[in-house]
Design a protein around this ligand. Structure first.
Ligand SMILES: [Zn+2]
Length: 487
């Protein structure tokens, strides 16, 4: 029920990564011996067990890719297929915590411990990629629809409950009690990447982006030296990232994702190159119809929405350059021509020196939540491009209380220029609001709605918002992503 095979999975992945990056196979050999032991211990149906904390599934599929030894793929399938048979009955938590309440192929929703559920989903998607078992993909798409329709925070964070570190009920998304473990964000990024690979659909790259810039990145301090385990969207008294955690999954997981971030930028198909995430980079690929292709991407994304792609080298044949237009983008253009969210596909006989410019409007915007989310009904948040913003108590006008301010939605939020150190360079956003004087409410009390309101007259204020991921870098104080709309 614990983390033994989860740790084995990370060890195996580390061995594969080391071998691919450096050619050193010493750690791969250790991981392989471990995988062999797991196969000998659990692979046959004499012992109907599986892992209590998924992660080894995606490691076993990767080990199969690295070694071509089919026993690892079969073991991943065996461990997956046994779920849903009540193996973990009698544990500290119910069966859904361990993804053991129903068979993976039958699941209609996603539930239980968020990190466990999302690592399993990533592993199952890998299994589909190698086996083509359509029931696995169908289950993954049902679970993804359930997760994104009703169980994902604005930041891309997953996990509404501290109890059981669990995904909550539909629309149970409290900003203050959010668990949103950094590892759950990373697991979601891994899962969405795999779904993108097997479907080619931009919605998976969209959620990957949302999670990357927000629910994942908030896990790390701006100086790179301290870490959040949980990533709430509201804090009344402020939080401090810690330099280490007794359960030390998140800090090295952040390092792993940052160290492998370049792998998430682009893919190839037989007919072209697809750019999914935008960063200044050189991209080299072999496109079967056109031979070696080299692209130079130049951008200040996500702070600017302008992305320039130059073809540095390519063959003579026609091929397709696909640029992702994020779902949040309105009025996007490629070389001056309007393009809709999804992939803008540019098919031509490219020549070295050809340039394409994608323009995305990243001006700040107000975002409303689904009205079924009780905890933030009547609130709005600010986003700028793919970046979610928040308000910190220390930025409020003198005398205002973060618990008592509201946003005016009749004027658009606007860029307010670069923020001061330690947030130097990040764009701030200014928005009109009101601060109320709630001194008339001396204590928590519940009053007859027919009585006269006790709020003092609201005062107009100008509020400053900063990127959510950068919160808790300037000392203590409360933080909110969602603020009520002023009446
Ligand atoms: Zn973690």
């Amino acid at each position: 029920m614990g983390h033994e095979l989860y740790c084995a999975g990370h060890l195996i992945q580390a061995g594969v990564a080391l071998a691919r990056a450096t050619g050193d196979t010493s750690l791969l050999a250790v991981g392989r011996r471990f995988a062999d032991l797991v196969d000998e211990s659990l692979g046959s149906d004499d012992r109907m067990d599986t892992d209590g904390h998924p992660e080894i599934e995606l490691a076993l599929v990767e080990l199969y890719r690295q070694t071509a030894a089919s026993r690892y793929l079969k073991l991943a399938d065996t461990l997956t297929a046994r779920r849903g048979s009540g193996i973990f009955a009698g544990g500290r938590f119910d069966l859904s915590y361990y993804q053991d309440a129903e068979p993976v192929r039958d699941a209609r929703s996603i539930a239980g411990h968020a990190v466990r559920a999302l690592y399993l989903a990533a592993g199952v998607t890998d299994l589909y990629a190698e086996t083509g078992d359509k029931a696995l993909l169908a289950s993954m798409l049902r679970q993804w629809d359930d997760l994104t329709a009703a169980k994902t925070y604005l930041t891309g964070g997953v996990g509404s409950r501290h109890h059981g570190e669990a995904i909550g009920d539909p629309y149970e998304l409290p900003p203050d009690r959010a668990y949103c473990e950094t590892c759950a964000a990373i697991a979601s990024i891994m899962w969405n990447w795999r779904l993108l690979l097997v479907t080619g659909e931009s919605r998976f790259a969209d959620l990957l982006e949302r999670t990357l810039y927000n629910g994942f990145l908030s896990g790390l301090s701006l100086d790179g030296a301290s870490f959040f385990y949980t990533n709430p969207l509201q804090s009344r008294n402020g939080e401090r990232r810690h330099r280490w955690h007794p359960v030390a999954c998140c800090p090295p997981n952040i390092m792993r994702l940052l160290a492998s971030l370049h792998h998430y930028l682009a893919t190839t198909t037989d007919g072209g190159v697809q750019l999914h995430q935008y960063a200044t980079s050189t991209i080299r690929a072999v496109v079967p119809v056109a031979g070696p292709v080299e692209l130079a991407v130049e951008t200040d994304y996500p702070w600017s929405g302008s992305v320039t792609v130059e073809v540095v080298a390519c063959g003579d044949a026609e091929w397709t350059l696909s640029l992702r237009v994020p779902g949040w983008a309105r009025g996007a253009v490629v070389d001056g021509r309007p393009v809709a969210p999804g992939y803008a596909e540019l098919t031509r006989r490219w020549r070295p020196g050809d340039r394409v410019v994608l323009e995305l409007d990243v001006s700040p915007r107000l975002t409303a939540p689904n009205p079924r989310i009780d905890a933030v009904r009547g609130c709005v948040a600010i986003e700028r491009g793919p970046v979610v913003y928040c308000f910190e108590a220390g930025d409020l006008p003198a005398g205002a209380n973060l618990a008592d301010v509201a946003l005016q939605t009749d004027t658009a939020p606007a860029d307010s220029g670069p923020l001061a150190p330690p947030l130097g360079g990040l764009p701030g956003v200014s928005v009109a609001g009101v601060a109320r004087d709630l001194d008339g409410w001396a204590q928590i009390e519940y009053v007859d709605v027919r009585d006269a309101p006790r709020d003092g007259a609201p005062t107009r204020v100008q509020l400053l918002a900063i990127p959510y991921f950068a919160w808790a870098n300037r000392g203590d104080g409360g933080m909110r992503v969602w603020l009520p709309k002023s009446e």
